[in-house]
Design a protein around this ligand. Structure first.
Ligand code: SAH
Length: 254
């Protein structure tokens, strides 16, 4: 059901550097505000970021990127009123957009690795583009983002979602991310939004020395935990962190 115009979120603010609507690019999905709130989406995002800060996210770059990217443009119109809640949401084909606190946590861990002095990561590989939201956030934290999706329909959805943002440093690939993407290697960081039994060897090979992999991984008990792997000149250091719930990492494309 369509809400009256008064309840619509103003999707962009003057001066927001993201989508270029004036030049005939695809208009934003009309966003509807939760009944009775009537805030513009920037205010709702600022509130989301304040909550993330209260939950212990401290990296100013990560918080700034989450504050800037309009998450409501990546979810179906029926779910727009939940876009800034700390919840994962369905994006079709049984897949989900991760909840903001998990995206923030993983990006903070990824940035804990080497940056090039500008405070920005160099090239980053993302496994599991999904709807493209995290790729848009990453585009503000890394020089180049290579993002792989194995499901054609989601790869295309992400392409359509990202088009109005005109992010020249995001490269979307339809492929099996378990093989990584050798042409973009070595990566300063690799981040996965789907969890398997082990971190594929290709990711370790394609990681730069000093870089980090942040990924969910199955635990022997049958759950999933967040894992950080750091590549030193001599070894891979592994830290197993908190329990998480991601979709499974699957092989092949479909
Ligand atoms: N970061 C995404 C989250 C998507 S959910 C977002 O912001 O929306 C995880 C995604 O990983 C799913 O779309 C799933 O299809 C994908 N995936 C699972 N195994 C994969 C693989 N081997 N290669 C590439 N993508 C994979």
């Amino acid at each position: 059901m369509d809400l009256p115009p008064a309840n619509r979120v103003r999707a962009t603010r003057p001066g927001t550097p993201l989508p270029d609507l004036a030049r005939g690019a695809q208009p934003p999905a009309r966003a509807t505000a939760p009944e009775g709130i009537g805030l513009d989406s920037q205010a709702v995002r600022s509130r989301m970021v304040r909550k993330l800060t209260e939950q212990g996210i401290a990296d100013a770059q990560v918080l700034g990127a989450l504050e800037a990217v309009e998450r409501h443009r990546f979810v179906d119109s029926a779910l727009v009123n939940q876009a800034y809640e700390d919840t994962s949401l369905p994006i079709g084909l049984g897949q989900t957009i991760s909840k903001p606190s998990v995206v923030a946590r993983m990006l903070e861990l990824l940035l804990g690795g080497t940056t090039d002095g500008s405070g920005r990561l160099g090239r980053v590989l993302e496994i599991g583009t999904g709807c493209g939201y995290q790729a848009a956030v990453l585009s503000r934290l890394a020089k180049e983002v290579y993002s792989i999706e194995r499901l054609r329909a989601l790869h295309e959805k992400a392409r359509a979602n990202l088009r109005p943002f005109r992010l020249a440093n995001v490269h979307l690939l339809l492929a099996d991310g378990m093989a990584g993407f050798a042409k973009g290697a070595p990566y300063a960081g690799i981040i996965a939004a789907a969890g398997g039994e082990a971190v594929p060897l290709a990711w370790i090979e394609q990681l730069a020395v000093g870089g980090r992999i942040v990924a969910p991984m199955l635990t022997p008990a049958g759950g999933q935990a967040l894992v950080v792997l750091e590549k030193t000149p001599r070894e891979m250091k592994q830290s197993v962190l908190e329990a998480v719930h991601f979709v499974p990492l699957k092989s092949g494309i479909a």
